[in-house]
Design a protein around this ligand. Sequence first.
Ligand SMILES: [Zn+2]
Length: 330
Amino acid sequence: MNGLCRALGAGLLALLMGCASTKPDCSAANAVPWQAVVPGVWVWPPDAVGAVSAANAGHVVPTSAVVSGGEALVIDPGPSHRHGLRVRDSLACRFGAQVRWVVNTHAHAENVLANSVFADRLAAGQLEILSSEGTRSAMQQRCPACLASLSDRVGAGAMAGTGIVLPSRVVETGELLRVGPHTLRVLPPAPGHSESDLVLWDEASRVVWAGGLVVDQRLPELAQGGVDAWLLALDRIAALRPRHVIGSTVSSTLDGEALPPAVVVTRSYLAELRTRVLAAMDEGHHAGESDLIEMPAYTGWQDYAQRQGFNVQRAWRELEPVWMERGPAK
Ligand SMILES: [Zn+2]
């Protein structure tokens, strides 16, 4: 394509055909430190566990890619056009791969706004952006506000060029996404962390993608979801017996009988939250006193101070009918 464009020497045509933008920047500074999870599955983890800030430019969850035979499927491309450009360029430079599919696991800014960089390939019919129906409609509603909020937190420079690009196709439960030897099965979306958390399962590699449902060292956030649905989603993930989980963290086990540790600790937090909220109701407390529910095992986790009270309030609202149905513990 670049040779053809040069030969035509027509600036306008070159612009229209996107020639300038298709030449990847293969400089060392633009390279992505991809880490292999299993052959063909790569992750770009954040430098450190942390809240969104100007220093990390919103890169707080891993970006991952399944790469084979010159094609790539990117899962949760990241927070900004700039981040997405590095992903796209590095997949071309390092693996000779073009991105053919992007999956948005759920509608949070740090996961999806890098869709922006794929707008040209989407318009040219060279790529699909996939999500659940719930995520697509949530992005439609929330992305303008999320983009503004993320820009406030990381600075306009980091978000330069970022536009809102919605998923082009809704995936169905049971659908298979194939990239070379990898087959990723779409599992039923859960309203756990967000209103619709997509889970993908590569059985042959025993890798599960869990979006925001699996965390470590960072307090789970009951953003738009619920405790019981989240616990159920984690039970479904555990039943797969994965060796590797790629969610808001990347976690692996070498022991065939054990779960990746992040699945276990995320479940432990939510189960304890549920137990403590119901116990506080048993003791006659009410929602206004919910700051009395401290969970010392997690106070060292990122965002505990900001999120614990919110999580308790959300859990309280969800569990109050459960408690009324059950009645006080004897
Ligand atoms: Zn999220």
